[in-house]
Design a protein around this ligand. Structure first.
Ligand code: ADP
Ligand code: MG
Length: 403
């Protein structure tokens, strides 16, 4: 699903109020009755509501639901995208949206810029998009579950990712700077680097390998396992070793420092997770396998093993970020819900082999022709945003010129 921002400039303040009303109504209604939309938007009585509804439906921000017992609408992913962008606009976090730079398995990545033209990255979580085949088999789990909706799960993934990125950044891990979070999206700093996946050779594979293993162990020393630590989620920044180094050193490859930056955190787990050892070993082995294949590098040292990781932890003295994160916005309950969902849809991150990934995608594509789940099961896609929405309501009145 593409983010098409063309229509955003043409929405009136009333359109925004109606869109917001559909979102709020979705909290308790799979299909939001037109009368409820009118009531929540506070535009009752006029033809304005109907005009706005038809404007929004025309640009696919809401969709009319046929065959329902009553006349109603549901929010689409596009509508949710617009609401998030509008919030960022008000916060001055995003001014314009540029190119799409990534299509992950369950996300879309865009370069955006703030009012001063500084480039940033907008990550839009779209859980359930690809993994539909597996989901179909588990439709019962998702049906009639308030927390089973695609939009709600995408929001959980965004909140989780942002919370972990903040905790990691605060503890000097090389990760993007988390800038803002709203609904199913986050805004972070743009890293001017390519994923390891696209790097054909490095001057010193042993050093980079050691850096990555050290990072895995350092995460463990704070109680964390990345869970998707692979060549797609490590960006390689190359910087001159010393900007002021004297000329005699020349510009050979050894004049360059290689900085791995870690991204993509929705699947991070605590080192106390029941499957922690499996996740830890998988992270380590992904890197081993990649270094062997790509750089023909095999380390002399075996490991690190999970017991090495636990040993790091037991040295103590460091914060437990798994515990801290739980207390700071991404609760155990949220973690459970997201994990359950990810387990059901078989979300294994982007560490899968190309072959199996391709096959999965093709099969998923066939199935999605039947119906688009991402736009279908969205009830209760929004939670705990009422306050924010009320604020928007208040402001919508005054901002008719900016809407
Ligand atoms: P997914 O969860 O879908 O795998 P990622 O967070 O891994 O999404 O991002 C997908 C791709 O987008 C990355 O491989 C990288 O190329 C690019 N990307 C993501 N975040 C950034 C960033 N902050 N700066 C630069 N590129 C990024
Ligand atoms: Mg990724």
């Amino acid at each position: 699903m593409k983010l098409d921002t063309k229509a955003i400039r043409y929405l009136t303040a009333e359109d925004w109020r109606v869109l917001t009303a559909v979102e709020m109504g979705s909290k308790n209604h799979e299909v939001v009755p037109t009368s409820l939309i009118a009531q929540i938007s506070g535009l009752r009585g006029g033809s304005g509501v109907h005009r706005s509804i038809s404007n929004l439906a025309k640009v696919d921000l809401i969709a009319k639901v046929k065959n329902a017992k009553y006349d109603g609408y549901r929010l689409t992913y596009g509508g949710l995208d617009y609401l998030a962008l509008n919030t960022y606009r008000k916060r001055k976090a995003v001014y314009s949206v540029g190119n799409q730079i990534g299509v992950g398995k369950e996300s879309d990545i865009y370069v955006v810029s703030d009012e001063k033209g500084v480039q940033r990255v907008l990550k839009i979580h779209r859980l359930g998009r690809i993994s539909f085949r597996t989901v179909k088999a588990n439709r019962d789990y998702l049906r009639n579950r308030s927390s089973g909706s695609w939009m709600y799960m995408s929001r959980l993934a965004a909140v989780k990712e942002f919370t972990f990125m903040q905790a990691l950044r605060d503890n000097d891990f090389p990760v993007p700077e988390p800038l803002s979070q709203n609904r199913h999206t986050i805004v972070m700093s743009l890293i001017d680097a390519f994923p390891l996946r696209q790097i054909s050779s490095v001057a010193d594979p042993a050093t980079l390998y050691a850096q990555l293993m050290a990072m895995i162990l350092r995460l463990a020393s704070f109680g964390l396992i990345h869970g998707d630590f692979n060549e797609f989620n490590i960006l390689i920044e190359e910087k001159p070793k010393d900007q002021n180094a004297d000329e005699t050193k020349g510009h050979g490859s050894d004049a360059v420092t290689v900085n791995p930056i870690l991204i993509d955190f929705p699947q991070m787990v605590s080192i106390d997770h029941p499957n922690a050892e499996m996740y830890f070993d998988r992270d380590v082995n992904c890197i081993k396998r990649f270094f062997e294949r790509r750089f023909h590098f095999i380390s002399d040292e075996s490991g690190p093993t999970f017991s090495d990781a636990r040993a790091e932890l037991s040295k103590g003295g460091l914060k437990r970020l798994d515990v801290e994160v739980e207390a700071s916005g991404f609760s155990k309950k949220m973690a459970k819900e997201l994990e359950k969902y990810m387990g059901f849809v078989g979300a294994t991150g982007d560490g899968q082999t190309d072959e199996s990934q391709k096959q999965d995608d093709e099969e998923a594509d066939e199935d999605t022709e039947e119906e688009d789940p991402s736009d279908k099961e969205i009830k209760d896609g929004v939670e705990d945003v009422s306050k924010q929405l009320n604020d928007q309501h208040g402001r919508a009145q005054q901002s008719s010129d900016t809407g």
